[in-house]
Design a protein around this ligand. Structure first.
Ligand code: KG4
Ligand code: ZN
Length: 305
């Protein structure tokens, strides 16, 4: 990796409690060209020397995807280089392999982000089979919604994790839903917190954050280990914004050690959304002979498997 630049809009969206699509796309239009310039400058390369141009083609907000894809396509056409439209979830899924030998080994991949919670059997690059997904809220969405209920900031995951550090995770017994299914469900957990809140007095914030976080971690760890056993895979990977969570990383790693699985997670800075993981997926795909047509449209609901 020669350079990685991120223009975060989090501070601008925080006052609205979530991402405002129109504001996001307007900002992309302003920031993206500046980012390109900054990236080529810090990589000390001339843009004419770039071998290929990639952008996220979905899933995501149409008005934001369109801006990145249009810029990458324009550059690819202008410089006569390949264009690669990359699935955002493939970016997350491959990110644990971004250090090491870059060999994509068969694994059970847990993707936990603000928009998605998925368990996937990875056979090899581009060969992904869906095992389970959330039937309602994504794990990160549950963190964000519960943080909002508790009057904490956005995004909620890091806020809850911070308070949970000094809390007792056994104080509140919150539901672990759909444990016997390959799918996930987190909206019942959020509702349980909502009904519990008015009954609580005194200092409960840290204990509630810790108990809530542990309910999510329990479900994710248990289902991921079960999937690895069922599909006879010896490697487990985790990615996506929620995989920044230290408690999730620690407990998943411990469970893997205990059950005899190898474990790989992305470095924390690669867990939340970034362009480096998209470039990494694109370079692996380019080496494997994949390329996208510049006429390929973005798809807000693009499926991974
Ligand atoms: O992958 P990501 O950056 O964006 C999406 O593709 O959605 O994930 C963002 C999500 C947010 O819901 C955020 O609350 C959650 O990841 N998140 C965390 C932590 N850091 C970010 N959740 C739990 N613990 C964290 N430390
Ligand atoms: Zn993401």
């Amino acid at each position: 990796m020669l350079a990685s630049e991120i223009a975060s809009q989090m501070a601008e969206h925080e006052k609205f409690g979530g991402v405002v699509p129109e504001l996001a796309s307007r900002n992309h239009l302003v920031y993206a060209p500046r980012l390109l310039e900054r990236a080529t400058r810090s990589a000390k390369i001339d843009i004419v020397d770039v071998d290929a141009f990639a952008a996220t083609s979905g899933p995501g907000l149409a008005s934001s995807l369109m801006i990145g894809a249009s810029i990458a396509k324009g550059l690819a056409i202008g410089f006569g280089k390949p264009y690669l439209g990359i699935n955002h979830l493939e970016g997350h899924l491959l990110s644990p392999f971004f250090n090491g030998d870059f060999q994509i080994k068969p694994n059970i991949s847990l993707i936990v982000s603000g928009g998605h919670t998925m368990s996937i059997q990875v056979v090899g690059l581009g060969d992904y089979r869906l095992i389970g997904r959330t039937v309602d809220d994504a794990a990160g969405e549950a963190f964000d919604k519960v943080a909002k209920l508790l009057g904490l900031g956005y995004p909620g995951g890091p806020e809850i994790e911070k308070h949970a550090r000094r809390g007792d995770a056994t104080r509140f017994n919150l539901p672990r839903s759909m444990l016997d299914s390959e799918n996930f469900s987190f909206s019942g957990l959020k509702t349980a917190v909502r009904y519990l809140l008015p009954k609580l007095r005194g200092d409960f914030l840290a204990d509630l954050c810790a108990s809530f976080q542990q309910a999510i971690v329990d479900v994710l760890v248990r289902k991921t280990i079960a999937a690895a056993k069922r599909y006879d895979v010896d490697l487990i990977t985790v990615s996506g914004g929620v995989s920044c969570n230290e408690e999730l990383r620690r407990q998943l790693r411990d469970a893997c050690d205990h059950e005899g699985f190898r474990f790989k997670s992305a470095e924390p800075w690669l867990c939340t959304d970034n362009a480096a993981m998209i470039a990494f997926a694109a370079s692996l795909r380019l080496d494997a002979g994949f390329e996208s047509k510049v006429t390929e449209e973005i798809d807000p609901n693009l499926a991974l498997a």
